[in-house]
Design a protein around this ligand. Structure first.
Ligand SMILES: Cc1ncc(COP(=O)(O)O)c(C=O)c1O
Length: 457
């Protein structure tokens, strides 16, 4: 009987029938939507019906040839790692600074990009995530300048920042800052259906022929016109009401910020904290509610907001829970979140024992211990080796054969080919104890996949 729920959609669920254009070779109505989106975002724009994931796979594939080296932020989303895997690329990483007090990552500094590019002339493209899942924006303009000085393109995964540039009070968009390829999940922060996204390209560094080729590889040949019509509607809403929606957002957000200012134990991160160094700008749509010193973990805060206040958070970290407020939220949403935080905060007592714990990456641990990061040449070659499954407790010093991550945010804690370090094992144990779902572990989070010992002798 469930089928009846979907009945209204059957009538509009067409694909590329006569008169309805072709996503992979657009000349009619889809071309018009692309052009309108391009005008809004200031670039040449492609429509994506397979999320930012499809755009990122295509962008990396277009920018870097098989086996070449990419410089990427270690806190990129798994889709960037998957693109690297599929293209058998080599990787150089930039590690964002860790803001220990909040358990958050800072931004990627242009200086760290400059240093890597100077040391590794073989790098063919740079890729960073800005804003991060936590709303942290990097200095994309300066990073683009560093990449361009070496004649290579910059890809910015701006999946969470599709609203940037719509109002000058939001951070400037990566397109405006000069990135060559920019990917937007419009379904995350704009009025658009899940899976809809945009890919923007500008300048001469990216071959359009390669880009279109890979978009055809990674996107379906039967795109849903429900999704495509959803993109058109999103563009229309922004064209007609974008300014007013942003204006409203900033008005309600101002009141929200005033209300949460006096919280005693919970702290809503603004990026303007004196000790929040390494952050170029911060996305006001992200409400990172830090629990350090409050006696709560991010997970308990997330659960309480859901069960006691009916507020669905975007994600829980170890020491914070994240809410996303967008230009489509109503005043009621801001008021309910402020009320809930106010009420919870009043009932808390200081807990100095509250620990900060930030995600650590096995490879960052290895770097600081002076160990090699990778045993294999590439992620792809590590994944092809003989594997075995061992208990988490017994995997220190072994080499991962699979990605492991918490979703969200979907940033690999370990990448195939990297060493399991004691720091990562501790982190995974604490995630397990707090009830997080850990993707990539086996048998109820007890075991991990490693490369057989004889494979790297
Ligand atoms: C930073 C980042 N990039 C890319 C993606 C993939 O986006 P999509 O779900 O639209 O494929 C996500 C998804 O959460 C993300 O957080």
């Amino acid at each position: 009987m469930n089928g009846f729920l979907m009945e209204p959609y059957y009538g509009i669920d067409i694909t590329e029938i006569d008169g309805f254009d072709n996503l992979h070779c657009p000349e009619g109505i889809l071309k018009e939507i692309m052009d309108r989106a391009g005008r809004l975002f200031g670039a040449e724009t492609y429509l994506l019906v397979n999320g930012s994931t499809g755009g990122i796979l295509s962008a990396v594939s277009a920018a870097v040839r098989r086996g070449e080296t990419i410089l990427m932020a270690r806190n990129c989303h798994q889709s960037v790692f998957h693109a690297v895997y599929l293209n058998e690329c080599k990787t150089e990483y930039i590690y964002p600074p860790i803001l220990e007090k909040y358990g958050l990552c800072g931004g990627i500094s242009p200086e760290s990009v400059r240093a890597k590019l100077a040391d590794h002339p073989e790098i063919r493209a740079v890729c960073v995530t800005s804003p991060t899942y936590d709303g942290v924006v990097s200095d994309v303009k300066a990073i683009a300048e560093e990449a361009h000085r070496h004649g290579i393109p910059l890809i910015v995964d701006e999946a969470h920042g599709a609203h940037f540039g719509l109002d000058k009070r939001f951070p400037k968009s990566a397109v405006e800052m000069g990135a060559d390829l920019v990917i937007h999940s419009i379904h995350k922060t704009l009025p658009a259906l899940t899976q809809t996204a945009l890919l923007h390209v500008q300048g001469e560094r990216i071959s359009r022929e390669r880009l279109r080729r890979f978009l055809s590889v990674y996107q379906t040949s039967s795109p849903s016109y429900i999704l495509l019509a959803g993109i058109e509607q999103c563009v229309s809403i922004l064209e007609q009401q974008g300014r007013a929606l942003c204006h409203q957002f900033f008005e309600w957000n101002r009141v929200f910020e005033e209300r949460i200012e006096h919280l005693r134990y919970l702290h809503v991160f603004s990026g303007r904290e004196a000790d929040a160094t390494g952050i170029f700008a911060f996305d006001p749509c992200k409400k990172i509610i830090c629990t350090v010193g409050s006696g709560l973990t991010g997970r308990t805060l997330y659960d309480r907001l859901l069960h006691d206040y009916g507020l669905q958070m975007e994600m829980a970290g170890q020491t914070y829970a994240t809410a996303i407020m967008t230009v489509m939220d109503r005043e009621e949403g801001f008021v309910r979140l402020a009320d809930a935080l106010d009420r919870m905060d009043t009932n808390l007592t200081a807990d100095a024992a509250g620990e900060t714990a930030c995600d650590v990456w096995a490879s960052a641990d290895s770097v600081s211990a002076g160990l090699p990061v990778f045993v294999a040449d590439t992620i792809a070659s590590a994944m092809e080796r003989e594997q075995e499954t061992v208990l988490l407790e017994a995997c220190s010093g072994r080499i991962a054969a699979k990605f492991i991550h918490i979703y969200p945010p979907g940033i690999p804690l370990i990448v195939p080919g990297e060493y399991f370090t004691d720091g990562l094992i501790r982190l995974l144990r604490s995630y397990r104890a707090q009830g997080f779902t850990i993707e990539g572990m086996r048998e109820h989070n007890q075991k991990v996949c490693v490369i057989g010992r004889e494979q790297y002798a």
